[in-house]
Design a protein around this ligand. Structure first.
Ligand SMILES: Cc1ncc(COP(=O)(O)O)c(C=O)c1O
Length: 394
């Protein structure tokens, strides 16, 4: 049998040789990423590069609940929940999340990324029109690409453009998809207006509240709750448990019929192992803490507002941040990385966001405020960020 190649043409070293060219191009554009060791918890620095907004990931009650969950249910979910069965813990977490966020029902996934892939592919198919904000997160973009739907991307936060797109969808099924708090600049979608437009034209609305959950609304019940949309029959919300809840996992919230449909159709639910028990236990404890101790959310919002005001007064190109996420424009990808390094050298850990993690190819310094930062900490962050800014950073 001929293999189609003789010994002289077999060059295993050639198979991935194209990668070298990609690495050179990446390097030249200042876009190379490397893994940096994470500082242990005991190292003191002002960390504004973590999504642990409420500082619950190490809360004793969260650690205790995660440990108890592992003892009761084991180190992993042991399979997809429709195959291995669902634990009482997962059911309790879903009930708690639905109740806290004001939705009829909830379904948890192994990550927020999977929840977004799952809900978009379950609700959309070729023939559906998706009307999507230009700044939507990669997990939503990947979801609508995978669904085969026709995608109409509208300019960022342009409600009139949303309306034109849903009108153009005419009799086709339409789903408007937006984040609540946009993950790069921390600015807010005008949810009441977007919901009104979607409703008037018979479209559904999917809100990714990854950065609103735990941060906005009473006690951190989220943006959809705050906008009185969480129990609406035409609204579906996704959350992640990896930010304010200090755990991992994703959530879809919505009317019972929608949740049942997602459970039956979302391939990332059907074919992915369930949320690990430790994460379910940790998240359940975290949501109960949010309910009991709303002052964490209040303190985060106060300190974030102070930092935004200070950055703006200092003349920096700060976005219209209303939650925990604050971004400041940088002149280039290299400048963003160097700026973040200079801050780190002075004990303030912030992130440099570069393409493809930004929606408009403009790099930024990105900070996320957490509930244990004091006002004095915010002032120190402000001093360091302004003192280290690149000369053309304004
Ligand atoms: C807006 C948004 N949606 C979804 C996700 C994905 O969540 P997870 O990290 O749980 O996969 C993120 C995470 O960065 C996000 O910012």
């Amino acid at each position: 049998v001929s293999t189609g190649a003789d010994a002289t043409t077999q060059r295993p070293d050639k198979a991935f040789s194209w990668i070298e060219g990609a690495a050179h191009r990446r390097e030249r554009a200042g876009l190379t990423r490397t893994l940096r060791p994470r500082q242990p918890a005991e190292v003191s620095s002002l960390n504004l590069a973590s999504n642990d907004y409420l500082r619950l990931s190490r809360h004793p009650a969260v650690l205790e609940a995660a440990t108890k969950a592992v003892r009761a249910w084991g180190g992993g979910a042991t399979g997809a929940r429709l195959v291995t069965g669902t634990t009482a813990l997962h059911a309790e977490l879903e009930q708690e999340l639905a109740d806290f966020c004001g939705a009829e029902a909830a379904l948890v996934f192994s990550s927020g990324y999977m929840a977004n892939l799952g809900v978009t592919t379950a609700l959309c198919r070729p023939g559906t029109v998706i009307v999507a904000d230009q700044h939507n997160h990669a997990s939503l973009i990947d979801g609508y690409a995978l669904s085969g739907a026709a995608v109409h991307t509208v300019p960022h936060c342009d409600v009139d453009a949303v309306e034109r797109a849903v009108v153009a969808a005419a009799s086709r099924r339409a789903l408007v998809i937006t984040e609540s708090v946009f993950s790069v600049d921390g600015d807010l979608a005008d949810l009441p207006s977007v919901a009104d437009v979607a409703r008037r034209h018979g479209a559904g609305l999917l809100i990714d509240d990854a950065h609103g959950f735990g941060v906005l609304g009473p006690a951190g019940r989220g943006s959809a709750y705050d906008a009185q949309l969480s129990s609406a029959p035409d609204v579906v919300v996704t959350l992640t448990l990896s930010k304010a809840a200090g755990s991992q996992g994703g959530v879809v919230l919505g009317p019972r019929a929608v949740i049942d449909h997602v459970l039956n159709n979302a391939r990332p639910f059907l074919f992915d192992s369930g949320l690990a028990p430790a994460c379910a236990g940790a998240a359940l404890a975290a949501v109960r803490l949010m309910r009991r101790e709303p002052e964490r959310t209040a303190s985060l919002r106060r300190v974030a507002a102070r930092l935004v005001a200070g950055l703006r007064d200092a003349g920096l190109a700060v976005g219209d941040a209303k939650g925990a996420v604050i971004s400041v424009g940088a002149p280039s990808a290299e400048a963003a990385v160097a700026w973040a390094e200079a801050c780190r050298a002075r004990g303030v850990v912030v992130a440099a966001f570069r393409p493809p993690s930004v929606p408009d190819r403009r790099s930024r310094l990105r900070m996320s405020v957490h509930a244990e930062l004091s006002e004095a900490d915010a002032d120190r962050v402000l001093d360091v960020v302004t003192a280290t800014q690149p000369s053309t950073g304004r």
